[in-house]
Write a protein that binds this ligand. Structure first.
Ligand SMILES: Cc1cc2nc3c(=O)[nH]c(=O)nc-3n(C[C@H](O)[C@H](O)[C@H](O)COP(=O)(O)O)c2cc1C
Length: 163
């Protein structure tokens, strides 16, 4: 099983989280690929790409509850060129700040909503990180991801030995 982490970021925090996961979780899957969302569109979820893969959306929130600039094309592509994504299994890391009470972590939540609408199957809960909490998203995100990946692999009946 491969893990594809799709990163939406403005000031690189989400990218640091993805890279920490890539280093720390390498023993759990056969390959971890980190892809910035720049230049991606819905085709990243094509059946050929999704075969034997889990996706992890790892994105922050900007503006008033918007996805970051580098995530906009992918997010809009999911709406503009809708395709059934029933073959896609994914998780979500949503970075935000509770100071923005009305729109906390909306970037990740928006991706989750759109993927669910297209029939993709989320595994586990959306993981939320609050920048105002003072905790390190790389450390906490990696811990969450290890647990999430182990559960996902069990759910899917896969193991690193067969991946
Ligand atoms: C101008 C600006 C707008 C933001 N808007 C929101 C928001 O609406 N909701 C939210 O939860 N976080 C918001 N944030 C917080 C960021 O999502 C958070 O700091 C995140 O960790 C940044 O990750 P990044 O470096 O990967 O972009 C905002 C931050 C900035 C600087």
């Amino acid at each position: 099983m491969k893990l594809k982490i799709l990163v939406g970021t403005m000031t690189s925090t989400a990218d640091y989280v993805a890279q920490a996961i890539q280093m720390d979780c390498a023993d759990l899957v056969s390959e971890i690929e980190v892809l910035l969302m720049d230049d991606l569109d819905i085709s990243v979820f094509d059946a050929a790409n999704a075969e034997d893969a889990l996706y992890l959306i790892c994105t922050s929130t900007y503006g008033s509850g918007d996805v970051p600039d580098n995530a906009r094309a992918l997010y809009e592509s999911l709406g503009a060129n809708p395709q059934f994504l029933g073959h896609v299994r994914y998780g979500v890391i949503a970075l935000g700040d509770r100071t923005y009470m009305q729109t906390f972590c909306f970037g990740g939540k928006k991706f989750d909503e759109r993927l669910t609408d297209l029939g993709a199957q989320r595994i586990g809960d959306v993981w939320l990180h609050d920048a105002s909490s003072g905790t390190m998203p790389e450390t906490e995100g990696t811990e969450w991801c290890r647990t999430w990946l182990a559960g996902a692999l069990q759910t899917l009946g896969a193991s690193s030995a067969t991946a």
